[in-house]
Design a protein around this ligand. Structure first.
Ligand code: TYD
Ligand code: MG
Length: 456
C-alpha cells in the first residue's frame, strides 16, 4: 500500500498537492492541513452495486415529519424533522448549539419520538446537569458518551431510535483512519458513513459542528454538500439573541430564519421578531430608517442605521455591518452621480440593528435614505417604513412580496410606507398615486430624488 500526502483546506475541503498559505477556493488563510491517504486502501472491498429501477417502482417516501412544537425551529426546517434526513447545525463554540438541540429533542421525545443523544464532548452527567436547567426529563431521550463511530452504530442497532444527535461531528472518529478526530479526513469520512447508515435505515441524524478558526480542526462547511439540510446558529455571544439560519434545505425553503433569546432556562423562541428588533429604536435620530426584508417566507422589520462624518484621517472609511459592502459602494456612487450629494470625503458606517444580516436588494432604498439622513443630520419620521431596490440610474425598482411587507409594517403600527411606483401600480389599479389599505398610507416614488424629497 502506498501512502501519499495531500493538503486539504479545513474550511471548505479544497485539495492540493502542495501546501498553500491561502486557500484558492475560499480565501481562508493558513487553513491547509496535511492528510495522509493510503492508496489502494479503499480498493479491497468491491464497490457496492446500485440497483436500477423504474421511477414508478420506487416507493414514495411519505415525507414523515417530526414536529418539535418549537415553531421557530420547525419552520426553519420546513415544517419539522424529515424522517431519515441528515441535518448539520453549525456555529461558533459556546453559541448555544447543544442547548438548542437538547431542548428540541426533549420536545420531540415528549411526543413519543425516540431520541439518542451522543456526545463526544461531555459526559452523561454533564449533559444531565444542563438538562436539569432546561427541564429535560423525557423517558424517550437516551444519552450516550461515545466517539467511536462503530460503537455509536452498535448502540443505534440495539436502541433503534428515530433521531440521533451527534455532538459534535468533530469528536467522532472512524477506527480505520489514521488521522485524529476533527481532521478533514475523519470529519468527511464519518459524515459520509453516517449519511449512508442513516439513509439505509431511515434514522434522522443531527450533526453538530463547531465553526473553528484553527486549521487543525475541520469546519462544518466541508460537510455542507453531503447533508440534506444546513443550519447555522448565529449571534453575538454578548447579546441575548440567536438566529438559526437555514443555508440549504432539500425539504423546504432556504433562507428561513428562526429567532431565539438566550435566557437562564435556555433558548426561548421569539415569535415576534420585528417587535424585538425595533424595541430599542429611538425616534428622531438622524440616520435611522426602518426597512422590511423577507427572510424565507416571513417579513421582518429591521432598523438600519447610518453614521456619516467628515473623514479626518486619510482615506475615507466605509464600514458595513449586516449588509453587503459592495451594495453600499454602489449606493454611494448613485448618491454622487444622480443626487449630487458629495459623500466621497466622508466616513460612512452602516449597521443593521440586532445582529441580523440582510442581503436582499429590497433594503437598498432604506440604506440610501439612512445615509442621506445622517449626512444632512435630519431625521425621517418615526412612522415611516421604506422598501425598494435602487438601480444604477437612481430609479427605484419594484420588489417581490410587497403586500406582505406592507402588512407587516401596518401590523406594527407604521403610518406610512414608501415603495417603488411600479409596486404601487401592482397594488391598486384605480389610483396610481396613493393607496390606503386600512390604516397605512402607501406612497410610491419612481426615483431616489423623489423619495428624498418626500422624506427629507
Ligand atoms: P452551549 O449549548 O454549550 O454551546 P455550544 O454547544 O454551541 O458550544 O451553550 C453555551 C452557553 O449558553 C454558555 O455560555 C451558557 C449559555 N447558557 C445559558 O445562558 N442558559 C442556559 O440555560 C444554558 C443551558 C446555557
Ligand atoms: Mg456543545
Amino acid at each position: 500500500m502506498k501512502t501519499q500526502t495531500k493538503y486539504i483546506c479545513s474550511e471548505c475541503g479544497y485539495e492540493s498537492s502542495k501546501w498553500l498559505g491561502r486557500c484558492p477556493a475560499c480565501s481562508s488563510w493558513e487553513s491547509m492541513v496535511e492528510e495522509r491517504v493510503q492508496k489502494g486502501g479503499r480498493g479491497r472491498t468491491p464497490p457496492p452495486r446500485g440497483e436500477v429501477r423504474k421511477i414508478q417502482e420506487v416507493r414514495s417516501l411519505g415525507e414523515r415529519r417530526f414536529k418539535s412544537g418549537i415553531g421557530e425551529f420547525d419552520r426553519v426546517l420546513g415544517g419539522g424533522v424529515v424522517e431519515g434526513s441528515l441535518i448539520l447545525i453549525g456555529g461558533d463554540p459556546g453559541i448555544g448549539k447543544s442547548t438548542l438541540v437538547l431542548q428540541v429533542m426533549e420536545r420531540l421525545a415528549q411526543s413519543n419520538v425516540k431520541i439518542l443523544y451522543v456526545s463526544g464532548e461531555e459526559s452523561q452527567e454533564q449533559i444531565k446537569l444542563r438538562g436539569d436547567r432546561l427541564g429535560v426529563s423525557s423517558e424517550n431521550l437516551f444519552l450516550l458518551s461515545e466517539s467511536n463511530l462503530e460503537g455509536i452504530f452498535a448502540e443505534i442497532e440495539t436502541l433503534k431510535p428515530d433521531i440521533v444527535v451527534v455532538d459534535s461531528i468533530q469528536t467522532v472518529y472512524h477506527a480505520d483512519l489514521v488521522s485524529a478526530p476533527g481532521s478533514v479526513g475523519q470529519v468527511r469520512e464519518c459524515g459520509g458513513e453516517i449519511m449512508r447508515y442513516g439513509k439505509g435505515r431511515g434514522v434522522a441524524f443531527f450533526l453538530i459542528g463547531h465553526v473553528t478558526k484553527e486549521g487543525a480542526i475541520a469546519g462544518p462547511r466541508i460537510l455542507e454538500h453531503l447533508v440534506d439540510t444546513v443550519l447555522y446558529l448565529e449571534g453575538d455571544r454578548h447579546h441575548q439573541y440567536r438566529i438559526l439560519r437555514g443555508v440549504k434545505n432539500r425539504f423546504g425553503s432556504t433562507h428561513e430564519i428562526g429567532v431565539f433569546e438566550m435566557l437562564e432556562k435556555g433558548l426561548i423562541e421569539v415569535k415576534n421578531p420585528s417587535e424585538v428588533f425595533l424595541s430599542e429604536r429611538r425616534n428622531g435620530v438622524p440616520g435611522s430608517v426602518v426597512v422590511c426584508t423577507i427572510e424565507g417566507t416571513r417579513p421582518l422589520l429591521v432598523e438600519i442605521q447610518a453614521l456619516v462624518t467628515p473623514a479626518r484621517y486619510g482615506i475615507p472609511q466605509r464600514v458595513t455591518t449586516g449588509t453587503d459592502s459592495r451594495r453600499l459602494a454602489m449606493l454611494l456612487a448613485v448618491l454622487e452621480k444622480r443626487v449630487g450629494l458629495h459623500v466621497g470625503s466622508s466616513d460612512v458606517f452602516t449597521n443593521v440593528v440586532g445582529g441580523l444580516k440582510v442581503d436582499e436588494p429590497g433594503v437598498d432604498l432604506g440604506l440610501l435614505i439612512s445615509i442621506v439622513s445622517s449626512f444632512k443630520n435630519r431625521p425621517i419620521g418615526a412612522e415611516v417604513a421604506v422598501m425598494g431596490e435602487v438601480g444604477l440610474g437612481g430609479e427605484i425598482r419594484g420588489i417581490g412580496q410587497i403586500d406582505m411587507r406592507i402588512r407587516e409594517a401596518e401590523r406594527l403600527g407604521f403610518a406610512r410606507c414608501l415603495i417603488s411606483k411600479n409596486n404601487l401600480r401592482g397594488l391598486n389599479h384605480h389610483s396610481p398615486k396613493r393607496r390606503s389599505s386600512n390604516s397605512i398610507e402607501v406612497i410610491g416614488a419612481e426615483s431616489v430624488e423623489k423619495a428624498l424629497d418626500l422624506l427629507l
